[in-house]
Design a protein around this ligand. Structure first.
Ligand SMILES: Nc1ncnc2c1ncn2[C@@H]1O[C@H](COP(=O)(O)OP(=O)(O)OP(=O)(O)O)[C@@H](O)[C@H]1O
Length: 278
């Protein structure tokens, strides 16, 4: 082994990330007839990080995220949450396990208020006979909790009683992110959360994603927007041909380096060691 390589390996070992793995996938395979969407895909997410997932069209990003969030069942491979094997048969299973997903097409109910949206499907019942027998809702408590969540995430919305349809795109996305952050116990997955937004609104959502991470929830962020990825990601998972081509360190590379790995212009075996994240 050359001295340089040995030094590089030692330097990497010294800075090895020791934060626990929250979510992990090993060798996921998913076939649709003749098409192999996932071809032995690995994935990892550590506590306290934002992991961006990038890849060309058809690279298997959505299939990976769907497997992690219970929307599809892989044909083979393993998913581990906090080191324990999990088998999600539906998105409800993943939610119960503490994984919340925010989809691109905004799963908010426009005619309902912000507070109602935050608690949609998880309403708090009154802690008395009316609640127990007739399912009466504790609206006061939900309103109070909504205000607290939105303040914690620094989302500036004046009234929680406002219908979501009266909000801007960025604010709506904020409601969807806040809901996920409020209920996720382990992981928040976001599929292109800034795709439909203008510059200012996109930046607001990026700030929100940082707040979610800083509150202690690791985030998986699928995005085609390279500047956003480089602005916010701690590490970058590159999906290619149904596999993980590399985990890159955004602080050590340029956007065109990432694109080279994404497109295959840079082969995984040729990637310089200093481009890689621990
Ligand atoms: N339900 C499905 N039926 C058949 N083929 C599918 C299905 N879902 C995905 N595929 C195929 O699997 C491959 C990977 O798709 P996937 O959507 O995971 O990629 P992606 O990286 O998210 O792409 P994009 O950026 O275009 O959304 C593609 O060739 C796609 O056509």
């Amino acid at each position: 082994m050359s001295q340089a390589t040995e030094l590089e390996i030692n330097a990497r070992a010294l800075t090895q990330d020791t934060r626990p793995l929250v979510l992990q996938a090993k060798g996921l395979v998913k076939r649709y007839g003749q098409v192999t969407a996932l071809d032995g895909a690995d994935f990892e997410l550590r506590a306290g990080e934002i992991m961006a997932v990038i890849g060309d069209n058809g690279a298997g990003k959505s299939s990976l995220i769907k497997a992690l969030s219970g929307a599809i069942e892989p044909d083979s491979g393993e998913i581990l949450l906090d080191g324990q094997a999990v088998h999600f048969k539906s998105p409800i299973d993943a939610r119960r396990a503490g994984i919340e997903t925010v989809y691109q097409d905004l799963a908010v109910a426009p005619a309902m208020t912000i507070a109602e949206n935050l608690f949609l499907g998880r309403e708090i019942r009154r802690d008395n006979l009316l609640g127990q027998w007739f399912g009466a809702l504790d609206k006061k408590r939900m309103l109070k909790d909504s205000i607290a969540y939105m303040q914690e995430l620094k989302i500036g919305i004046r009234s929680m009683g406002q219908a979501v349809e009266t909000l801007s795109g960025g604010q709506r996305q904020g409601v969807a992110v806040a809901r996920a952050a409020a209920f996720a116990r382990h992981v928040v997955i976001m599929d292109e959360p800034t795709a439909a937004l203008g510059v200012k609104e996109g930046n607001m959502v990026l700030e929100l994603i940082r707040n979610v991470r800083d509150r202690g929830l690791p985030v998986v962020l699928i995005s085609h927007n390279m500047p956003h990825v480089f602005e916010i990601a701690d590490r970058i998972h590159v999906a290619r041909l149904g596999r993980r081509a590399a985990i890159l360190n955004p602080k050590a590379i340029t956007m065109s380096d990432a694109v080279a790995v994404m497109t295959g212009a840079m082969k995984p075996e040729d990637i310089p060691a200093h481009w890689l994240a621990n």
